[in-house]
Each structure stands twice: as C-alpha cells, then as structure tokens.
Ligand binder design. Structure first.
Ligand SMILES: [Zn+2]
Length: 250
C-alpha cells in the first residue's frame, strides 16, 4: 500500500511536471513585456522589443505633445517576412494573387503591426528613398506603422472617411518628422526640389502610386507648412476639403 501511495505521488509529480512543461511550451518564448503600457504587446527578440518600445514611446509622445493623448492598443509582431493582407491599411493583393511583401503593415481588424525583421534578406534589398537598410531606417518604418495604428484608433469607426492617401500622407509625415536627424537629412536630400503639395487635392492615390517616396517627402513638407500636429488634427477631424472619389465604395 505504501509503495502504491509513493507511486501515486510520483505520478502526480510527473503530471504536474508535464503540465508545467506544456505551459512553458505554449507560451511564446519571445513574448516579452509591453513597454510598461497595458495595451502594448511585442513579439520579437530582446533587441526588437527595445526598438519597438522606443518607437512606441516616441510616437505616442509626439501625439501627446500635439494634444492627442492616446492609450494605444496594438500588438507588434516581428516576422521573417510580411505579406500584405486585405483589411489592412494598404492596397489589397494584386489580381494575380501573388502575395505583396512589405517592410511593415498595420492590420486594422487585428490591431496588429507586422514588421519584417531587419535580418531579412528581402529587407536589405529594399531601398526606401534609395537609402541602405539600417537600424534607423527600420525604426522609422516601425514608427510609420505606429502612426497608422494611432490614427485608426483615434478615428474609430470613422477611419474610412479619411481617404487612404491621407492615411499614408500623415504616417509618412510623422515618420520623417521623428527620424534621426541624419537620416531625415539624407531622405530629404533625395528630393531636393520636392516642396509641400500646392493643394491638398494632390493627396490622392494616383500621386501616391506614381512615387510613394516622393509623395512622402511632399507630405512631410505639407505637414511642416501646416503647423505639424495642428495640420494632423485638422486632417483627422476631416476639417478641410477632400476629394470624395478616393473613398467611394467600389
Ligand atoms: Zn502606410
């Protein structure tokens, strides 16, 4: 009987060990803390976690300085590659069904930012603004996606009233504003003659589609000329004339 009890105890200990092991196995090893903010989850390496917290803090701080305080809820996932999906902020996949890769993507319904890891070969082949991929460039792309997440959250159900090109213009403007000064200088130097948009009517899908890098620089100068966050607040308040054709239902 004693032997039996001992056996039972061993069995219980073993069951407990299995349960603990299962719990460890099902918890993603890379799931770390959340920058000290309740709504933020980051799934990545320790370095990626640090970069993401730095980016989140800077962008939230920039909005707060501009009078837009937000309790951001977003999950940031670092992945080997990112394929754009429907229901995100970017255009849907092209008709041929080939997945379109992106360095970063905000999935509206999931409230998730998917970021291509800096170690990805694909990321290094991409040259936004014709500049080599580095940590500062990757950080700035992450900030761009965080701006999308904040603007979607601020707009709530109204997010569709802001045309897609406007979502991009604002994300690019704040991305460039919050760049490391040296990187910003190098980006702006690629388009020395690019000025602010002469009319906000130029903030549309066609101008964006022709040359997103140039569109981004013009969006930045428009943002600066318009008083930075004052400009952004007017845009997300839908407080000036915009073309309706960009967001007519298909
Ligand atoms: Zn974007």
């Amino acid at each position: 009987m004693a032997h039996h009890h001992a056996h039972q105890a061993q069995l219980h200990a073993m069951q407990l060990a299995i349960i603990v092991l299962l719990a460890i196995a099902t918890t993603p090893a890379t799931a770390l803390a959340d920058c000290g903010r309740d709504g933020i989850t980051i799934l990545g390496s320790p370095d990626e976690h640090d970069d993401a917290c730095e980016a989140v803090g800077e962008v939230i701080g920039h909005f707060a300085d501009g009078g837009l305080v937000i309790d951001l809820r977003v999950t940031i996932r670092f992945q080997p590659s990112v394929a754009i999906e429907r229901d995100g902020d970017e255009a849907a996949s092209p008709a041929n069904g080939e997945p379109r890769l992106a360095s970063g993507f905000y999935h509206v319904a999931r409230r998730e930012i998917w970021m291509t890891r800096s170690t990805s070969v694909w990321a290094h082949r991409r040259r936004p603004w014709n500049l080599p991929w580095d940590r500062q460039l990757a950080l700035s792309i992450l900030k761009h996606e965080i701006v999308h997440a904040i603007i979607y959250q601020l707009l709530g159900a109204d997010h569709r009233k802001l045309p897609r090109a406007w979502h991009e213009a604002l994300a690019y403007a704040v991305q460039i504003e919050l760049m490391d000064a040296d990187l910003r200088t190098r980006v702006l130097a690629q388009y020395p003659r690019r000025d602010a948009f002469s009319s906000t009517l130029h903030v549309n899908d066609i101008v964006y589609g022709i040359d997103p890098d140039s569109f981004a620089v013009a969006a930045y100068w428009t943002y600066v000329q318009g008083g930075r966050m004052a400009f952004l607040r007017r845009a997300i308040g839908l407080q000036f004339e915009m073309i309706d054709m960009d967001h007519m239902p298909p």
